[in-house]
Design a protein around this ligand. Structure first.
Ligand SMILES: Nc1ncnc2c1ncn2[C@@H]1O[C@H](COP(=O)(O)OP(=O)(O)OP(=O)(O)O)[C@@H](O)[C@H]1O
Length: 819
């Protein structure tokens, strides 16, 4: 039993701590009351720059201090006073400017002021486009919120769903990616969002870009309407504004860069670009890495396969710095491992897709290199934003192809992005093409990756929206394939399609211009009929133009010749005014064309030499309209001389050939009787004749006996031949061995059974590889072939002299006209 004194002391200490807790609670309640009014009436002071000046709880202030945050960034000082007043906010500020704290502080504060407890359910929801970004936000939340009592969780794809389900119902704050969040909303019993107070959408434009807009709509539908919403992004697109209109209520817009009249990229960032041919990109990148082994660099590429290929091959080349790869084809655990490794490492190069372009906060990145140009300026801004974060310095280097230079620079200039050109030093550029070729040759995996990298890069260019900047038809495919170590460019279907589409677009544009000119001219001349025709051309008009093209070509030639003559005359005129010559030319044309009855001809000639010249190509498909009639050889020849298509020519030729072949009976197997009469092979024999030769069963047995005897005979012959081959092989082997021992084989040859055999010298340089084209069957293959032959029925053998088969073969040769 405890002595009375100690019991008293214990009781008094318990009551002291109870009192202390009560005082604390009362103080906090008072703080909450004060905060509510102070936040609502908060007026931004003149020297407003410290977190301490904010109307926020002492718990949050302690957390911020502990994490090392004292002064606010611009976006923080401009949005926090608003969001703490419970206003909806649409915040835009350049990358690395501290947007994360701009939404985490109010999330904590709003719940604190509402005295949110463990039984109140989900109070704040933060949606991020990628898992990595979600993890990063969660880490910042952990840093600044340790003095709060809220429970917080991370809901991202790739983690254990069941584990998440169990904990979900207890969470007050969630950081989530859209897909997994909706999955829980649909499937997890007890996951209730009806009490939600704050919704935050970070990198809103990226969420939309990644095709999450439907998911996002579905999520928002599950949330209560009376809530505070904050939307943050480094770039403001129209779609973000649309989203803001739908999900924010009477929002405050805060765009830091617009107020400062700056670009969207960090102040401390030095931005460069280089014009590099596609086939040189890897060489230049490798040389860059070799000369920057004491820095931390992030290299962006357009596809997972390129990242894989470059990582694999560069690792083999050992450039003297640690290399890493981050892309969407990796498992979640691997992605996280790479993410934290690159965060920790001081010197490394990370090859990545745009998965790492937004929001990720790798510390102290010195260089951001964009090996493949970004799809638009927004992506450029996000990518370069991975360096020069907060107050740090950084550099960026953009590789552009000659065909991309103009479009890229224009886009950057529009967004006030200052970027200066630099040139790669030729003397320092090391070619790695030979090494890559040898990797691909030695390792089929590398070759496969190279092929995939090739195709995925081409596809990425093909899929770009900005077709003026990214022209897939302008890419040097063969050279690019060689630069990846491939022997030839893999076939890519859509390049052809793109080329066709480009041609068709050019044709259409030119045609429209021609029609417009035509219509304008008709309008000037007041020709109503012609006007109508220029606008509405029926299928029949077009058909008429086509069908008469060849007939009229002579006439067109004359027209053009006369036009030309006229032009020359005008040119030759001493002092013609421009107006005069033009009208003269037109009137001449009108007069000439007027001679034809057809309006379409009028259009054909008037729409200019362009259409006439192009006809040769574009008539092809149309002419398919009459496929039934084979062309005669004369027609084919005549058409060919009239600049007809190769395909049509071949079509005609093959039809002609078929007709000729039909006449000669090719394809029909014939047999000849004793009188030399030809019969179809499967001519039905007369039933009576058949019966005369005995009943069906006896005839079948006789036939079987005959066939068996033939097979046995053939079998003996085959076996003899195989033995002979074996003997021959052994003998050659012996001779080779002797030759290897340096003995004189000449004598042997003379002395041998087959004195006339000449041995081929053994090629010691051979690497055992033969290209398929020259893959001549080896002896053993012959032998194999031979031994298989033995198993086959004798019908597959060369017909014996005097047999029916030989006669058939002879007859066929005669029919074909072969000697
Ligand atoms: N007030 C501050 N004081 C000191 N450092 C800060 C402050 N605010 C943010 N930072 C630091 O600046 C870096 C960038 O912050 P943050 O990731 O929030 O930027 P961001 O605007 O969200 O960037 P992005 O648009 O790329 O996502 C982080 O390392 C963060 O710790």
């Amino acid at each position: 039993m405890a002595p009375e004194g100690s019991l008293k002391r214990k009781r008094s200490s318990q009551s002291r701590s109870r009192n202390a807790r009560q005082v604390k609670r009362q103080t906090e309640e008072q703080e909450v009351r004060d905060l509510e009014s102070s936040a609502a009436q908060f007026v931004v002071p003149d020297d407003f720059k410290h977190f301490d000046q904010l109307p926020i709880s002492s718990r949050t202030k302690r957390g911020l201090r502990k994490a090392g945050f004292t002064e606010m960034t611009d976006i923080q000082s401009r949005t926090l006073p608003l969001s703490l007043k419970c206003k909806d906010v649409l915040g835009a500020a350049r990358t690395g400017s501290g947007k994360t704290l701009s939404f985490l502080i109010p999330a904590l504060e709003i719940l604190y002021r509402k005295k949110w407890g463990s039984t109140d359910g989900l109070g704040a929801l933060i949606i991020s486009p990628t898992r990595e970004l979600a993890i990063q936000i969660f880490e910042v939340l952990r840093k600044i919120g340790p003095f709060h009592t809220f429970s917080a969780g991370l809901v991202i794809g790739g983690k254990d769903l069941k584990q998440e389900k169990d904990r979900l119902a207890r969470m007050n704050i969630l950081v989530a990616t859209p897909g997994r969040l909706l999955q829980h909303m649909d499937q997890t019993w007890g996951f209730d969002c009806s009490n939600l107070q704050v919704l935050i959408l970070d990198e809103a434009d990226r969420i939309l870009d990644m095709g999450f807009s439907k998911t996002l709509n579905a999520i928002v539908e599950n949330l209560p309407k009376s809530r505070q919403t904050m939307l943050f992004s480094a770039t403001q697109t129209k779609r973000v504004k649309d989203l803001a209109r739908l999900s924010l209520q009477d929002p405050e817009y805060v765009a830091v860069r617009e107020a400062e009249h700056e670009g969207s990229t960090p102040k401390n960032l030095e931005q460069h670009y280089m014009v590099v041919g596609l086939e040189k990109k890897l060489d230049v990148l490798y040389s860059f890495i070799r000369t920057h082994t004491k820095c931390k660099a992030l290299v962006f590429m357009s596809s997972c396969r390129q990242v894989q290929f470059t990582h694999e091959t560069f690792c083999k080349l050992r450039p003297g710095i640690s290399l890493m790869a981050l892309h969407g084809k990796q498992k979640q655990a691997k992605r996280l491992q790479i993410f934290s490794e690159f965060t920790r490492t001081a010197h490394a190069v990370l090859f990545a897709t745009d998965i790492a372009a937004r929001g990720l906060d790798f510390p102290a990145v010195d260089w951001v290199i964009q090996l493949d140009a970004p799809e638009d300026t927004e992506t450029y801004i996000h990518r370069v934003g991975r360096t020069a974060r907060y107050n740090a310095k950084g550099n960026s280097l953009l590789f552009v192809l000659p065909s991309e230079e103009k479009g890229m620079l224009e886009g950057l200039a529009q967004k006030n992005v200052p970027v200066g050109r630099i040139k790669p030093r030729e003397s320092k550029t090391q070619s790695i093409q030979d090494q890559l070729q040898s990797f691909a040759f030695q390792d089929p995996e590398i070759k496969y990756l190279a092929q995939k990298a090739f195709v995925s890069y081409i596809r990425s260019i093909f899929l770009q929206k900005d077709k003026a900047t990214f022209d897939v038809t302008a890419l040097p495919l063969e050279k690019y394939a060689s630069s990846l170590g491939l022997a030839g460019a893999p076939k890519v279907k859509f390049v052809k399609e793109a080329a066709k589409a480009k041609k068709a677009a050019a044709y259409k544009a030119a045609k429209e211009t021609a029609q417009q000119l035509d219509a304008d001219r008709d309008e000037e001349s007041g020709d109503d009929d012609a006007k109508g025709t220029a606008k509405v051309r029926t299928k029949y008009d077009r058909m008429f133009e086509r069908k008469n093209q060849n007939i009229l070509s002579e006439h067109y030639a004359k027209l053009i010749a006369e036009d030309k003559d006229d032009d020359e005359e005008e040119d030759g005129d001493d002092e013609p005014s421009d107006g005069e010559s033009a009208s003269d030319a037109e009137s001449t044309k009108d007069k000439l064309v007027g001679g034809n009855d057809s309006d379409s001809e009028d259009e054909g000639s008037d729409s200019g030499d362009f259409l006439t010249l192009k006809r040769a190509d574009h008539a092809l498909d149309d002419d398919e309209g009459d496929p039934g009639k084979p062309l005669t050889l004369d027609q084919v020849k005549a058409d060919a001389t009239n600049n007809i298509s190769k395909r049509k020519l071949l079509q005609g030729q093959s039809k002609k050939a078929m007709a000729l072949a039909g006449k000669r009976g090719i394809g029909e197997k014939l047999v000849f009787d004793e009188d030399g009469e030809a019969h179809a092979l499967y001519e039905l024999r007369d039933e009576d004749d058949f019966k005369k030769q005995g009943d069906a069963k006896t005839q079948a047995e006789a036939w079987e006996m005959e066939e068996r005897a033939r097979l046995q005979e053939a079998d003996i012959e085959d076996k003899e031949r195989a033995r002979e081959k074996k003997r021959e092989k052994k003998r050659k082997q012996k001779e080779r061995e002797k030759q290897m021992r340096g003995e004189d084989v000449g004598d042997d040859q003379d002395e041998g059974e087959d004195g006339d055999v000449v041995l081929a010298p053994i090629d010691t340089r051979s690497d055992g590889y033969e290209t398929p084209d020259f893959d001549v069957g080896s002896e053993s293959e012959d032998e194999d072939e031979e031994s298989h032959e033995q198993d086959r029925p004798s019908a597959s053998k060369k017909p014996k002299k005097g047999s029916v088969e030989e006669q058939e073969a002879l007859a066929m040769r005669l029919l074909m006209g072969d000697s």
